[in-house]
Design a protein around this ligand. Structure first.
Ligand SMILES: *[C@@H]1O[C@H](CO)[C@@H](O)[C@H](O)[C@H]1NC(C)=O
Ligand SMILES: *[C@@H]1O[C@H](CO)[C@@H](O)[C@H](O)[C@H]1NC(C)=O
Ligand SMILES: *[C@@H]1O[C@H](CO)[C@@H](O)[C@H](O)[C@H]1NC(C)=O
Ligand SMILES: *[C@@H]1O[C@H](CO)[C@@H](O)[C@H](O)[C@H]1NC(C)=O
Ligand SMILES: *[C@@H]1O[C@H](CO)[C@@H](O)[C@H](O)[C@H]1NC(C)=O
Ligand SMILES: *[C@@H]1O[C@H](CO)[C@@H](O)[C@H](O)[C@H]1NC(C)=O
Ligand SMILES: *[C@@H]1O[C@H](CO)[C@@H](O)[C@H](O)[C@H]1NC(C)=O
Ligand SMILES: *[C@@H]1O[C@H](CO)[C@@H](O)[C@H](O)[C@H]1NC(C)=O
Ligand SMILES: *[C@@H]1O[C@H](CO)[C@@H](O)[C@H](O)[C@H]1NC(C)=O
Ligand SMILES: *[C@@H]1O[C@H](CO)[C@@H](O)[C@H](O)[C@H]1NC(C)=O
Length: 736
């Protein structure tokens, strides 16, 4: 085996080890965690709440007020660090978040009304709302200093979520200590649930806003967010039992089974299904003591509640031994429930049932009971593993405080800018069909390796694509192969139209044969293509079909430097997201600043990759040392600092830690303002400074023959004036 083939083999192995590694854990597409009013990030368990100064969201407020407390009472709270600081609003204000994946999101709000020298939070009186629902009608002001935690589960069908805080009277203020906005799996809450009185079905749940009021782990311990698959908190049930003596707590150390079509680890984690509260009569298998076990919850009269019960038969030694009744508010919800049948004859299988209860009778207590079945020859028994109660609906009128320029179409701008400036080069992907190597690799492994490749709605890609001529680059150890343009020309018979095997939104795919007879598919980026999401998806589908039939791998690229732009997460996940664009854009910003190509193999090893090299200087606060000498004298330190921070955030290792593109753009505008204000330059001068940046790029990219169309129709989509101002400056200069 030649060294080259060996290397290829190793690379393929690395690829599918990466694929298998792709976390089982759910990764939320939208994941905003904010420690409001805090100047620095706060680590809570395994999550990091970002400082309130981060650029990942837009804060719209007239006054920039923050407060903190050192009160010792905070230390007794479950997440003390989040309650120590607060953002204060004396006027209607809002946080807005860009939503990548529409659907259900948890919105979690943390409040603690402490007193600080300047603000008395105990006098606060305010509403919190989204564009569509009122979350908090009137903050329960004046109450003693106790923390308030609220969790909502909203189906967000907009691309921007605006969380508005509105003080209710003249002297009043609003505040917030911490915020979470996190997407959840689509199947978490379905559209229908059962109604027990009268018996029927409730339809249309997927549009309803829900507010969590109780989430209980029966017979088990407190489950904190770190131990839950969706960072939920589950409380123990003891304090809700009407009569503890009738109940016993059981736990199970075996494996919980998740069957297709019912519960999943995201719906409730193992730790919830592994414990249960059981009728104590089961201890006396011979006794005929018949009684119910009842949990009682405080609810608002007149409201409707979504009730989810989690069951898992962890008590039976054999199938068909456990039958029991379930009641909601004294109404029969399920009679003679037989978990063996509902879980298709598997013990310790997780399942759940959804109900909607209307407290129309004016009752302030909701009873949930389990009791013995009335079937003959069945011993009294019954279990419940978990329970969730969520209030449906919100009332009142939402007041929305819109951020400036909230309509901008960021995706389009990104596409245009990247296309123009960078000539980002995913131009050619080589797909090796490796048929010849099959025998050596073992078929089973091959199939397994590529199965996890999936297409989903979140894949988006808007990078431009360009060719450079015959240039090769050393791509380092990230990837084993690069091909010169000439090699690809030869392999595809000079991109013979007769050799085209597919066309996607991103360009044509040619069949080809390398000199060592490896069959390849070569995808040639089409510089004119608009790369709409649909086209791109079509192409990924094409690729995935190829992957199905053979062992197909993406093994390299030609075009200078393309890997320097590519999101490092792409290698782990095989998925490009909008956050991949943010990464690439961060690299472009560095390129602009330092006026050097992203990969330069002629430089010493530690300098080859611009992103890695520059980020080291940024972290040490020495970014100024590597700025292009031609502009270094004109950049104001504050402006450069903000620029560097922005780049660093764009280049975060994990996509979730990178800011949204819109926020990057706003920050760049801020960079521009810092430059203008402090320099005392006229407007023209400061615009010139911005002009200067792309000209550096132009110098670099001239060799790559990058063309920019000033009249690109995509640019017409810029609906926000100020944003387009910045970017028209960036984009236009090359057209001049
Ligand atoms: C707390 O607030 C004071 C001013 O009220 C400020 O000087 C101090 O830096 C703040 N501390 C933190 C940790 O935010
Ligand atoms: C909060 O403001 C509303 C509207 O101004 C008012 O009706 C209500 O009494 C206030 N609540 C408190 C506790 O001051
Ligand atoms: C707020 O103040 C203005 C003038 O100071 C007054 O006219 C208005 O009635 C006040 N509103 C409330 C709700 O107190
Ligand atoms: C969210 O609402 C939209 C519009 O009603 C609906 O099509 C979608 O299925 C809902 N998503 C979820 C997860 O419920
Ligand atoms: C929760 O996680 C912590 C570590 O994060 C662990 O020590 C603890 O045992 C876990 N609790 C449960 C109930 O799993
Ligand atoms: C179990 O049965 C015995 C006698 O049959 C009785 O004394 C005891 O109270 C029963 N225990 C429970 C929990 O029902
Ligand atoms: C709940 O259970 C208690 C005790 O059994 C009972 O007194 C009460 O009437 C029940 N409430 C409802 C609404 O069923
Ligand atoms: C359990 O509660 C339901 C509803 O309140 C009632 O109809 C039933 O008789 C109770 N069963 C026992 C054994 O007490
Ligand atoms: C899960 O299983 C329970 C019990 O059979 C059933 O009532 C429920 O509808 C199932 N849920 C789903 C989503 O299939
Ligand atoms: C939710 O609120 C709307 C408007 O107030 C009302 O029409 C609807 O019936 C409510 N839904 C539930 C389940 O209470």
């Amino acid at each position: 085996m030649s060294a080259r083939k060996l290397q290829m083999g190793i690379y393929v192995l690395m690829m599918f080890m990466g694929m298998l590694y792709v976390c089982n854990a759910f990764t939320p597409t939208d994941n905003y965690l904010i420690d409001c009013g805090s100047p620095s990030n706060t680590v809570v368990g395994r999550r990091t709440f970002m400082a309130d100064t981060s650029i990942s969201w837009t804060l719209t407020t007239k006054t920039d007020s923050m407060a903190n407390t050192s009160s010792s009472s905070v230390s007794s709270f479950s997440t003390p660090s989040l309650y120590q600081t607060a953002r204060i609003f004396t006027d209607p204000s809002s946080y807005s978040f860009s939503i990548k994946q529409q659907g259900r999101h948890f919105i979690r709000l943390y409040f603690f009304p402490f007193s600080s020298p300047n603000f008395k939070l105990t006098t606060a009186n305010f509403t919190v709302s989204t564009q569509d629902s009122v979350l908090l009608q009137s903050y329960p002001a004046g109450s003693a200093s106790t923390p308030l935690f609220r969790e909502y589960l909203l189906n967000i069908t907009r691309s921007t979520l605006i969380l508005s805080f509105v003080p209710l009277s003249n002297n009043s203020l609003a505040f917030i200590n911490a915020i979470e906005v996190v997407s959840v799996p689509d199947n978490l809450i379905g559209d229908t649930a059962r109604i027990v009185n009268p018996i029927g079905n409730y339809e249309g749940l997927s549009d309803e806003p829900l507010q969590t009021v109780y989430r209980i782990n029966m017979g088990g311990p407190l489950v904190n967010p770190d131990n839950d698959t969706l960072w939920r908190t589950w409380q123990p049930d003891q304090s809700f039992l009407l009569d503890k003596n009738l109940a016993q707590f059981v736990s199970f150390s075996g494996k919980i089974n998740y069957l297709d079509g019912n519960s999943t680890e995201e719906i409730a984690p193992d730790v919830v299904y592994s414990t249960a509260t059981e009728l104590a009569s089961s201890m006396n298998r011979t006794s005929d003591a018949r009684f119910n076990v009842t949990w009682q919850f405080d609810v608002d009269p007149g409201s409707s509640y979504f009730v989810r019960m989690h069951f898992c038969d962890i008590v039976s030694k054999a199938l068909f031994e456990l039958y029991f009744d379930v009641y909601i508010s004294s109404y029969m919800a399920v009679s003679d429930l037989d978990l063996s049948t509902t879980t298709v004859n598997v013990l310790a299988a997780a399942c759940y049932m959804d109900f909607v209860v209307d407290m129309a009778d004016g009752s302030r207590k909701l009873n949930i009971s389990i009791g013995p079945s009335s079937l003959e020859n069945v011993l009294p028994d019954g279990i419940l593993n978990g329970l969730e109660i969520m209030k449906i609906n919100s009332t009142g009128t939402a007041t929305v405080v819109s951020p400036p320029g909230s309509k901008a179409n960021v995706g389009v701008i990104v596409g245009a800018v990247l296309g123009a400036l960078a000539g980002v080069a995913i131009a050619v992907c080589i797909i090796c069909t490796m048929l010849r190597r099959r025998r050596r690799m073992g078929r089973k492994q091959n199939t397994k390796a590529w199965l996890p490749f999936s297409i989903n709605g979140t894949v988006s890609q808007s990078m431009g694509s360009r060719f450079s001529n015959g240039t090769t680059a050393t791509l380092g150890n990230v990837i084993g192969y690069q091909f010169s343009f000439a090699v690809l020309q030869e392999a595809t018979n000079n991109f013979d139209e007769g050799w085209v095997i597919g066309v996607g939104g991103f360009g044509k795919v040619y069949k080809g044969v390398l000199r060592d007879e490896t069959k390849v598919a070569v995808k040639r980026g089409n510089p004119k293509s608009q790369q709409g999401l649909n086209e791109f998806r079509t192409e990924i589908e094409l690729l995935s079909r190829l992957r199905h039939r053979h062992l197909v791998s993406l093994i390299g690229t030609a075009v200078k430097g393309s890997f320097g732009y590519l999101d490092p997460e792409y290698f782990r996940r095989q998925q490009l997201t909008e956050k991949s664009d943010v990464y690439s854009f961060g690299v472009v910003l560095l390129e602009v600043l330092c006026a050097r190509p992203v990969i330069d193999p002629t430089l010493p090893r530690e300098m080859v990759n611009l992103a890695e090299w520059a980020i080291k200087f940024q972290r040490r606060g020495e970014l100024d040392r590597i700025v292009d000498p031609r502009i270094t004298g004109t950049i104001k330190p504050d402006s450069l600092r903000k620029f560097g921070e922005t780049v660093e955030k764009c280049l975060a290792d994990c996509g979730v830690d990178r800011p949204a593109m819109g926020d990057v753009l706003w920050n760049l505008e801020y960079v521009l303002q810092l430059q203008e204000v402090e320099s005392g330059y006229t407007d023209v001068n400061s615009i010139n400074w911005i002009d200067e940046l792309p000209s550096q790029v132009q110098n670099i990219s001239n060799s790559e023959n990058v063309a920019v169309d000033e009249h690109d129709p995509r640019l017409n989509d810029l609906s926000d004036v100020s944003m387009s101002r910045v970017f028209s400056q960036l984009v236009k200069s090359e057209g001049r």
